[in-house]
Design a protein around this ligand. Structure first.
Ligand code: MN
Ligand code: MN
Length: 362
């Protein structure tokens, strides 16, 4: 069954008359049509009993028509998009519109209400999240490629960081992203993170024009978008000879990451995976310094379902993709994180990144 047919069947079961899907990533996932509407309107309307309708800015109509096998309607900047949508569905009784509560903003919700005055909204986000949770073989192939680029980023970044005195965090970020652009990668999956020494003790630290410190650890967290899929990986290396304490913190983190990774297989739960990583760090005495969940799902978005050690538990199934990324962050001293994303196989998991997890010293 196609993805769109799956949604149409679901609408029929729920007795909802239509969707108005606004998240560009969801539209891309369902149709292969990728675009960013910014403040303009992108809406994918799926119905239980008629063929879908894609509503998009006029600028994008030709591109969309080449990709989808149903009607595409455009609007120009001088037209009222909501009236145009209403006109397309004149005579149609719409009581419930399924929208993504995680995405639809109030101004667009008001726009829909202006043409479907008597309708209510139902939340389509849980169903979409569920669909995206299990990756197809084709999706996993794309994630493997995105992972290969992340490994390439590490290789470029490690050597550049070690290339001389005075190289800054931002120099390394720029070098990695410059080389990715040259390889045809047009965007990173998030802002590349390169943090030296104690600056890595902030798990969401921001790189600056700060020189990389010798004989300290250096944390890289990065990923790319390739063919619509994201990669995300973290390595912490050393520039020069780090002290014994840094080495010890590194080793505990690496063991926690490996233990949790090795534990993953169908049937275990997300909470159990989180616990395996947390136990290693807690037993070593640093539990209070592992301040975030162990991982998150990844796919077309760099963060998606499931959460590994978030507020909700889930049983792991073949085809799920998520990160394992424990860290230890000791303020003003040291920050270490080791992260790989993986896909779940019949009886275990395979990593999407392959850069060594031994403490690499440059
Ligand atoms: Mn991550
Ligand atoms: Mn990351």
């Amino acid at each position: 069954m196609t993805k769109i047919k799956k949604i149409a069947t679901y609408l029929d079961q729920q007795k909802w008359e239509m969707t108005f899907i606004t998240n560009p990533t969801t539209v891309n996932y369902l149709t292969g049509f990728a675009m960013e509407p910014h403040e303009r309107i992108l809406g994918l309307m799926i119905f239980p009993d008629r063929s879908p309708l894609l509503f998009t800015p006029e600028l994008e109509v030709e591109k969309a028509k080449a990709l989808v096998d149903f009607d595409v309607v455009g609007y120009t900047d001088s037209e009222n998009p909501w009236q145009k949508i209403g006109a397309q569905l004149a005579g149609y009784s719409i009581k419930t519109i399924a929208v993504e509560f995680d995405h639809l903003i109030l101004s667009k919700s008001d726009g829909l209400k202006s043409v479907f005055a008597d309708s209510n909204f139902a939340n389509l986000s849980p169903f979409i999240n569920q669909m995206r949770l299990i990756k197809s073989a084709d999706e996993i192939d794309k994630m493997i490629i995105a992972g290969q680029y992340a490994d390439k980023c590490f290789e470029i970044g490690f050597h550049f960081a070690a290339s001389g005195n005075g190289v800054t965090e931002m120099d390394v970020v720029a070098k990695i992203e410059f080389e990715m652009k040259r390889l045809g990668i047009s965007e990173m999956s998030f802002d590349t993170m390169v943090l030296t020494g104690a600056r890595a003790a902030n798990p969401h630290g921001v790189p600056e024009a700060v020189a990389i410190e010798p004989n300290k650890l250096l944390l890289f967290d990065l990923g790319v978008m390739a063919n619509g899929y994201a990669s995300d990986a973290t390595r912490t290396i050393a520039i020069g000879q780090p002290g014994d304490f840094d080495r010890q913190i590194y080793e505990i983190t690496r063991q926690a990451q490996q233990a949790a990774f090795d534990f993953v297989k169908p049937g275990v739960t997300a909470f159990e995976i989180d616990q395996v990583a947390r136990d290693v760090i807690t037993k070593a005495g640093y539990g209070d310094y592992f301040t975030h969940r162990t991982g998150h799902g990844i796919g077309m978005d760099v963060h998606e379902f499931p959460s590994i050690g978030g507020s909700e538990d889930i049983t792991i199934e073949k085809g799920m993709c998520f990160s394992i990324e424990p860290g230890i962050y000791i303020p003003n001293q040291v920050g270490v994180r080791v992260e790989d994303c993986l896909y779940v196989t019949e009886n275990g998991a395979k990593s999407l990144t392959h850069t060594s997890k031994d403490l690499l010293i440059f």
